[in-house]
Design a binder for this molecule. Structure first.
Ligand SMILES: C[S@@+](CC[C@H](N)C(=O)[O-])C[C@H]1O[C@@H](n2cnc3c(N)ncnc32)[C@H](O)[C@@H]1O
Length: 195
């Protein structure tokens, strides 16, 4: 292992909702003291509730900048096999699988296009950043990185034992989600795990 994990999610995704919460909480207090109309107080209160809950969810539920735990022990129960991560980004879900299943190998695939830059910035090459995280987690020897569009995967039919993806299909339109799901079903062996 070397270096530290940096999934590279920007500050606005980590703390943007907290900033909104701070502003609306101050407005709520001002509205209460100055006796603003009830409907306005309710509206501001709803925004405070939304921003506060999303902040808590991002930090304590999803924990986007932390190392994720495998959500189910049913995933690749045999503990060994070849796994595909689609929309791997900076490696959060790949590292989750490789850490929980130390006998498995994994292909971390991503389009590495505009959506990647939108999430993780333009500074470092996307592949470099993903590789750096795989190395930092000590799992790089069991992983390879491929550029691939999840709507048309460049992999052979039934060539993986399991497939994983996190927070990625939501970036596709309805048609794209359908294409990605049928591609996922094509590249895994019958009865394979997914999460
Ligand atoms: C929010 S990030 C999630 C990254 C990672 N799975 C995680 O949990 O941190 C979404 C990723 O999906 C990728 N992506 C978007 N559209 C894609 C497509 N059509 N094919 C492959 N990857 C795509 C983006 O490049 C980005 O890295």
């Amino acid at each position: 292992m070397g270096g530290h994990l940096d999934f590279g999610y920007p500050w606005w995704l980590s703390f943007g909702h907290l900033a909104v919460f701070g502003v609306v909480a101050a407005a709520l207090l001002a509205g209460y003291v100055r006796k603003w109309p009830r409907w306005l107080i309710v509206l501001i209160g709803a925004v405070a509730l939304w921003s506060g809950s999303v902040f808590l969810l991002i930090h304590f539920g999803v924990d986007i900048n932390g190392q994720a735990a495998l959500p189910t022990q049913s995933f690749l129960r045999s503990g060994t096999g070849r796994v595909l991560d689609v929309g791997a980004g900076t490696g959060r879900s790949s590292i989750m699988v490789l850490t929980a299943r130390p006998q498995a190998t994994l292909v971390a695939s991503d389009l590495f296009g505009e959506s990647f830059e939108h999430h993780f910035g333009r500074g470092e090459s996307p592949r470099e950043r993903l590789l750096r995280n795989l190395k930092a987690a000590g799992v790089d020897r069991r992983a390879s990185v491929e550029t691939a569009d999840m709507r048309k995967l460049p992999f052979e039919t039934a060539s993986f034992d399991a497939i994983v993806s996190s927070y990625a299909v939501d970036h596709l339109g309805r048609e794209g989600v359908g294409q990605a799901l049928s591609e996922a079903a094509r590249v895994v062996k019958p009865g394979a795990s997914s999460c």
